[in-house]
Design a protein around this ligand. Structure first.
Ligand SMILES: *[C@@H]1O[C@H](CO)[C@@H](O)[C@H](O)[C@H]1NC(C)=O
Ligand SMILES: *[C@@H]1O[C@H](CO)[C@@H](O)[C@H](O)[C@H]1NC(C)=O
Ligand SMILES: *[C@@H]1O[C@H](CO)[C@@H](O)[C@H](O)[C@H]1NC(C)=O
Length: 383
């Protein structure tokens, strides 16, 4: 699986397939079948207007703006209405063979610095493949590229357009389409049970969707998340504009699309404890940009929790997750247990803190156990 992912491919900026097709059941039959799908989503949001925005073509000002948003916070002067028809690309995977499908769709929303490929395990095998793990338990999966990410050919205004609130509205419209539009959507089938699964910023967006649209997700799974985020730890890492740092791959991206240029910092942010160093290196090479608008609205969105969200909530964060938890195991468990208080109306709540695991938890050796805990919870609480 790994051998064909040569560095020349990477330098050419080829979009990597998110999905390993190798998952098989006990009899050697495939348990998963994936396809690329694309939605056209109309959405409208009240995005934030910042009081002291950086120059759109000044990397120094953009990086200072992000750093300030993560430390003291950026002053917001007002909101503005943004609206459009947005192309959302995704990988859709279905249980096949002997696996009994449950008619439940997991919508997978990636974190900053990643795209939909992160849920496929980056080609390092099924143990890291969320699709394969979920499909083997009978759950369908849809991993989206958020607006401006992954296969999105448009590079919308990174600060004014690509913000948390517009992401949340797009995800709400996507879920609405899948629920209401039975066979007339890009999946060719409707689902009336939806599980929202987020990682990191994708989890913060999940809390926003749950607060504003409590009927969207029957169950919400938040990974790389807690109600006690440590943004100070993240603010120390260097960033660079993707178009300047990796010009062969990201020429034409506005400078507000940023990446982590220092491999040791990328690793410290996402990996800790027990993991495959080759995977962590590959992750550094294949990292995806995040926008200054995302960084600034991450800070604003990290606090409020789930409001009156009535669905079941499962939270998972590695014990060594720099942004969400804290070692040792008992301390992290306590943080995740207290995160329950951020979801006072949830009909069920549980958590899992994989030990020896960092922020990108599904890319660590503990990933199969995390997948098992999540799906044990779903089996109990989806109906
Ligand atoms: C999805 O698209 C990518 C290119 O963007 C391609 O490499 C991959 O093979 C496609 N996957 C499937 C399952 O068709
Ligand atoms: C970028 O902004 C910095 C800080 O405001 C300023 O010193 C510098 O001259 C600007 N660079 C360009 C190319 O405008
Ligand atoms: C979680 O906290 C509750 C009190 O809110 C406590 O009763 C329970 O034992 C804790 N569970 C774990 C696993 O720490």
């Amino acid at each position: 699986m790994r051998s064909h992912l040569s560095s020349s491919l990477l330098l050419a900026g080829t979009a990597l397939s998110a999905v390993s097709a190798a998952a098989v059941d006990g009899r050697g039959h495939p348990t998963t079948e994936c396809s690329n799908v694309s939605f056209k989503i109309p959405a409208t949001a009240q995005n934030l207007v910042f009081a002291t925005p950086p120059g759109a073509n000044n990397e120094t000002e953009i990086l200072a703006f992000i750093k300030q948003s993560l430390t003291t916070g950026e002053a917001v002067s007002s909101t503005q209405r943004v609206s459009g028809d947005y192309a959302i690309n995704a990988v859709f995977c279905q249980p096949t063979g002997k696996t009994k499908a449950r008619g439940v769709l997991e919508v997978l929303v990636h974190g900053l610095g990643f795209d939909k490929a992160s849920w496929g395990g980056l080609g390092f095998g099924d143990q890291y493949n969320w699709h394969a793990g979920a499909n083997a338990r009978g759950y369908h999966t849809l991993a989206i590229d958020r607006l401006g990410q992954g296969a999105d050919a448009a590079h919308p205004d990174p600060r004014n357009i690509v913000q948390a609130q517009l992401h949340a509205e797009i995800i709400h419209q996507l879920i609405t389409t899948i629920r209401k539009n039975a066979k007339n959507n890009a999946l060719g089938q409707g689902f009336d049970k939806i599980v929202y699964v987020g990682h990191s910023f994708g989890s913060i967006l999940g809390t926003a969707v749950g607060r504003q649209y409590p009927a969207d997700a029957d169950v919400t799974v938040l990974t790389g998340y807690s109600s006690a985020p440590n943004l100070g730890a993240i603010s120390g890492y260097q960033l660079a504009s993707a178009a300047l740092f990796r010009p062969q791959q990201f020429a034409g991206y506005p400078l507000g699309y940023t990446m982590m240029p220092v491999e040791a910092e990328r690793r410290a942010n996402f990996f800790e404890g027990a993991y495959d160093p080759a995977l962590a290196h590959f992750d550094y090479l294949t990292q995806r940009p995040s926008t200054d608008g995302e960084w600034a609205t991450l800070a604003a969105g990290a606090g409020p929790g789930g409001g009156d969200y009535p669905g079941a909530v499962f939270v998972a964060a590695g014990v060594y997750d720099v942004g969400a938890c804290q070692p040792p195991l008992a301390t992290c468990q306590d943080i995740l247990n207290k995160t329950r208080l951020a979801f006072p109306k949830a009909r069920a709540y549980d958590f899992f803190a994989p030990d020896n695991t960092g922020h990108a938890l599904s890319l660590h050796y503990s990933a199969p156990e995390t997948l098992k805990r999540v799906h044990d919870f779903l089996d109990r609480h989806i109906y």
